[in-house]
Design a protein. Structure first.
Length: 224
């Protein structure tokens, strides 16, 4: 019988870079959006920095776009990503089994992603992951939850976890997950198999970090 190893009861999960590796779809969409905006980036690996942060922030922070330019670029991005790019994606090996084991051990599992909710649901259903979560929390199509902190708070409120913060942790691979968790008053588990570095996790104050899915399993389950 599976047993919990931590005091946590509730685990919120980031999607990109934590449950699945979306590199091909996101970098291709970003490359095309930048090209249509007059910026040429030949090496798509340079665009992995788009994985994780809210999309508007990426265009503004990385390329100095104004709000209007960033919004237009987001539209270009989604023309490709929402049709094809979201399926250019790979589930991290062992994630589905880990989620099943965590649920068997009594953890309650939720998604907290900055992707728009319909797209997040499509990706999760594509990999047969949606059914493994009690709730899928995401941004809206109108982008009314533009930060990870806003998404996390939305999940906590909608799922009755606002008074269970001490028993709740956010699992994610980027600083936005950690900073959002801290703003919401919950712990964070930084995973290093995604797109954030150990230095990034340390600098933003992750509660704990793990190197791979197996290490995450050992952290959370008593029989590992």
């Amino acid at each position: 019988m599976e047993r919990r190893k931590t005091e946590y009861e509730n685990l919120l999960w980031d999607l990109d870079g934590t449950l699945t590796d979306p590199a091909v779809g996101i970098t291709t969409a970003a490359q095309l959006a930048l090209r249509r905006s007059g910026v040429e980036v030949e090496d798509r690996s340079e665009l992995c920095k788009f994985i994780g942060p809210p999309l508007m922030d990426s265009f503004r922070d990385f390329y100095g776009f104004t709000d209007e330019e960033a919004a237009r670029a987001c539209g270009y991005f989604r023309e490709y990503y929402n049709v094809k790019g979201l399926f250019e994606n790979v589930m991290y090996e062992g994630i589905d089994l880990l989620l099943d084991r965590l649920a068997a051990a009594g953890y309650k599992l939720y998604v907290a992603t900055s992707k728009p909710e319909p797209i997040a649901r499509q990706v999760l259903e594509h990999f047969d992951l949606a059914r493994r979560f009690l709730f899928i929390g995401a941004d809206t199509t109108e982008h009314l939850r533009p930060t990870k902190a806003a998404v996390i708070e939305y999940v906590l409120e909608r799922c009755g976890l606002a008074d269970r913060r001490a028993r709740t942790a956010m699992v994610g691979d980027r600083k936005h997950d950690v900073i959002g968790a801290r703003a919401a008053g919950i712990d964070s588990i930084g995973v290093l198999y995604g797109y954030g570095s150990e230095e990034e996790m340390r600098e933003c104050g992750a509660t704990v970090t793990v190197r791979d899915v197996r290490s995450l399993c050992r952290l959370l389950l008593a029989d590992e």
